[in-house]
Design a protein around this ligand. Structure first.
Ligand SMILES: *[C@@H]1O[C@H](CO)[C@@H](O)[C@H](O)[C@H]1NC(C)=O
Ligand SMILES: *[C@@H]1O[C@H](CO)[C@@H](O)[C@H](O)[C@H]1NC(C)=O
Ligand SMILES: [Cu+2]
Length: 187
């Protein structure tokens, strides 16, 4: 009986941990230059995992979002963005580990500090249950799925990390259910 309760508790904890987080960039201030948001500080207070989503909210008349390489990020060079988002409500799902570099491409805004460096942590292989998979619930109005910024690019083995996290969770769940069945059988 006790083993059954423990197994059920494990399942509940696992389901809670598998929820991917959504982070609104800049919190209530959003993506802007006028509030003097320190986006470096903002990012440092979060722990980003594969499957999490960052939401850029801004007035599209005044700002945009460009994903860029590290050298372009450092020099605020807007000439060759990897991708550009302009809806004012851009939801970007983080599908790879490593640094993701963003800035606003409007002249002067990156230099004024409207730039964001996100570091998505590697799934820890010893604790696969703590890594959330991509949320499959209601797709946002402007969902974008992106790989990690290059320099250096993600290796093919890491591209599969999301899949292995999901697989590990399923394996763990099956293991728990099997142990649950054996507990019932023995008692
Ligand atoms: C921006 O990057 C491009 C290469 O993508 C380069 O040709 C250009 O000189 C750079 N501009 C500045 C101002 O560094
Ligand atoms: C922005 O998109 C999110 C979903 O990605 C949605 O929940 C939110 O209501 C949207 N906000 C605006 C102002 O459209
Ligand atoms: Cu801007």
């Amino acid at each position: 009986m006790a083993a059954r309760i423990v197994a059920l508790a494990c399942i509940v904890v696992m389901l809670r941990l598998s929820e991917a987080a959504v982070y609104k960039v800049g919190d209530s201030a959003g993506w802007t230059t006028i509030a003097n948001v320190d986006y470096k500080l903002w990012a440092s207070t979060k722990t980003f995992h594969i499957g999490d989503t960052v939401l850029f909210e801004y007035n599209p008349q005044f700002h945009n979002v460009m994903r860029v390489t590290h050298p372009m990020y450092r020099s605020c060079n807007t000439s060759k963005p990897i991708s550009t988002f302009t809806t004012g409500n851009d939801s970007i799902t983080l599908t790879n580990h490593g640094h993701h570099f963003f800035f606003c491409g409007v002249p002067g805004h990156c230099l004024a500090g409207q730039k964001l460096d996100l570091n998505v942590l590697l799934p820890a292989s010893s604790t696969p249950l703590s890594e959330p998979p991509i949320s499959s619930s209601s797709p946002p109005s402007s969902a974008n799925t992106i790989p990690a910024a290059g320099v250096p690019g993600p290796s093919p083995s890491h591209a599969a990390s999301l899949w292995s996290v999901a697989t590990a969770q399923i394996v763990a769940l099956v293991a728990l259910l099997v142990s649950l069945a054996f507990t019932n059988f023995a008692s």
